[in-house]
Design a protein around this ligand. Structure first.
Ligand code: PEP
Ligand code: MG
Length: 588
């Protein structure tokens, strides 16, 4: 067989680095199905084929469930249960078999039609829980079709060697699970730079490229692939020369990273002497040692919802909270450890906490709204936090705040948890700080009011941009409109900073914008002096900051706020500073 021609695909580089490996394709989209008439004498054979497929899918589900153990996402664990039950459902099975016999059609068509028919019926049911079962049914049907069509389904860990995971979509829990196996790179059809899956890829240090339409159709299992997360390129069937070039680049990058690790951890100071603090965003326990390695001045954001995925399928207990937060407080010492209370909901969905499926979860029961609505779950988190804060500098932060009374409710819940611990004689922190994420436009607009109730702010630009510009951070169709330098965002930041300054509270920025080299000059110009970013990005940002002149940038940022578009902002910055691209997806 001759060599396949090399092919280069362009997407968005969302996690830096170069990965080289063999493809494993995971597509959840429907497979194509054709209606093939079967002669009468072929019917028993077709029935037998369907029955074998059913047993095979049942075994597959069982294997995945037991093999995956505790690292499986909550969502997935619940799905497996439902899928197993669905495969045993007598009505479902009988309807498929009747179709094969009555209509004399291939098993694929009978499965497809039956599933379609039933899912349509499920979709009209009022009861949310039952409607949800329609999705499980679609999934089971898809698995049956894959087996019938001989499309291999495997666990990534069964594949030997480095794997590049090629997927149409990937939820954060899957990314965590797969990223801890032999997966060295992600090539995904969906997603943007600030999607949580992209953030996880960066946390795990796995190169990733998203916005690759149809890559799951173009790539077959075992295809050799290169993922270049620096510029958003995926190379299919590289020639030996290209492969050699990338192998060399990969070792250079590894060397560079090792060198960055020993770089000084001193403060980042602009050329005109303004000190900028660089803190760490932490998502996963394996990142904790990087706080010291890259010289972070504490933790500016710990996304506690990912802890939930660690203890899955159980909810984290108070002791789980205590253990992990204790290690964060310890690792951040003598600097602050900012721990965000659960930001579940949206795509970071936890089934047990959601009683129903939401049509628009990003505008639904998410973040502080969800935790306030589930006081029992919140209570163990707050108790764990207060116990972990003893002797450290604990900053407790709430996500998705849009109202002043949410801050008051958080403080009241913390007071109640503190009183309980005191009554039980358990040691706990007394001098912690309470603050919020500014990531909903309403919070930015009433930042002056909120500042009176808070000890600090942290601006979450990932969501603030999404909600202000009405651009879904996961949707590649509108990814070009996801523009951090949009003047609306710059003005909003300016106004939040003014409110925080007036109230005398510290404010940091912990969205991905802070890790974007093209954004840092404007942010410093607007007056931001504290950023929280992935620890690996710290050496690069520190180097960049040292070249900046803050008083000149202050003047420039003021001019940027008076412009009409992100492109005009980038053009002005580029003219004055040289080489600024419009950050965001379109620069890929
Ligand atoms: C943000 O919205 O900017 C943020 C840091 O939070 P997350 O990315 O977890 O939504
Ligand atoms: Mg957010």
């Amino acid at each position: 067989m001759g060599r396949e021609p090399m092919r280069s695909l362009a997407g968005y580089g969302v996690s830096d680095g170069v990965a080289i490996g063999r493809a494993v394709v995971v597509a959840k989209r429907a497979v194509e199905v054709f209606r093939i008439p079967i002669p009468e004498e072929g019917v028993p054979g077709e029935l037998a084929r369907f029955r074998r497929a059913r047993v095979e899918v049942r075994d597959q589900i069982e294997r995945t469930r037991s093999g995956a153990g505790r690292l499986f996402g909550q969502e997935l664990a619940a799905i497996f249960e439902a899928h197993s039950l669905m495969l045993e459902d007598p009505t479902f099975i009988a309807t498929i078999e009747r179709r094969i016999e009555r209509d004399r059609v291939n098993a694929e068509w009978a499965v497809h039609e039956t599933a379609l028919d039933l899912t349509r019926r499920f979709a009209t049911i009022d009861d949310e829980y039952l409607r949800e079962r329609g999705h499980d049914l679609e999934d089971v049907a898809r698995q049956l079709l894959r087996v019938l069509q001989g499309i291999a389904v495997h666990e990534v860990s069964e594949v030997v060697g480095d794997v590049i995971l090629v997927a149409d979509d990937l939820v954060p829990s899957e990314a965590i699970r797969l990223g801890r196996t032999n997966v060295v790179g992600f090539a995904i059809e969906a997603g943007g730079r600030t999607s949580h899956t992209s953030i996880i890829a960066r946390s795990l240090g796995i190169p990733a490229v998203t916005a690759l339409p149809e890559i799951t159709d173009l790539v077959t299992d075992e295809d050799p692939l290169i993922v270049d997360g620096r510029n958003g390129t995926v190379i299919l069937h590289p020639t030996p020369e290209v492969l050699a070039k990338y192998i060399a680049e990969r070792s250079d990058l590894q060397l560079e990273e090792a060198r960055a690790e020993v770089a000084d951890g001193g403060p980042a100071r602009t050329a005109d002497g303004v000190e900028i603090e660089l803190l760490a965003n932490i998502d996963l326990p394996e990142e904790i040692p990087q706080i010291a390695r890259f010289g972070a001045r504490g933790i500016g954001l710990y996304r506690s919802e990912f802890l939930y995925m660690e203890t899955d399928p159980k909810l984290p207990s108070e002791e789980d909270h205590l253990r992990i937060y204790g290690s964060l407080v310890e690792a951040a010492r003598p600097h602050p450890a900012t721990i965000r209370t659960y930001d579940l909901g949206g795509r970071k969905l936890a089934r047990e906490m959601m009683e129903s499926r939401e049509d628009n979860p990003v505008l639904g029961l998410r973040g502080i709204r969800l935790t306030l609505a589930r006081p029992q779950i919140f209570r163990s988190q707050l108790r764990g936090l207060l116990r972990a804060g003893v002797g450290g500098d604990l900053w407790i932060m709430a996500p998705m705040v849009s109202r002043v009374d949410e801050v008051r409710a958080l403080r009241a819940a913390l007071d109640a948890a503190g009183r309980e611990l005191d009554a039980e004689g358990l040691p706990r922190a007394h001098d912690y700080r309470v603050g919020i994420m500014i990531e909903v436009p309403a919070a930015a607009m009433i930042a002056d009011q909120l500042a009176r109730e808070c000890d600090f702010f942290s601006i979450g630009t990932n969501d603030l941009i999404q909600y202000t510009l009405a651009v879904d951070r996961n949707n590649r169709e509108v990814a070009g409109l996801y523009q951090p330098l949009h003047p609306a965002i710059l003005r909003m930041l300016r106004s939040v900073l003014a409110s925080a300054e007036h109230a005398g509270i510290p404010v940091s920025l912990c969205g991905e914008m802070a890790a974007d080299e093209s954004c840092i000059p404007v942010l410093v110009g607007l007056g931001l002096r504290r950023f929280s970013i992935h620890p690996r990005s710290i050496p690069r940002q520190r180097g960049l900051i040292r070249e900046l002149d803050s008083s000149r940038l202050e003047q420039l940022a003021g001019r940027c706020c008076e412009l009409g578009t992100a492109e005009e902002v980038a053009a002005l910055m580029s003219k004055e500073l040289g080489g600024v691209t419009v950050p965001g997806q379109e620069s890929a």
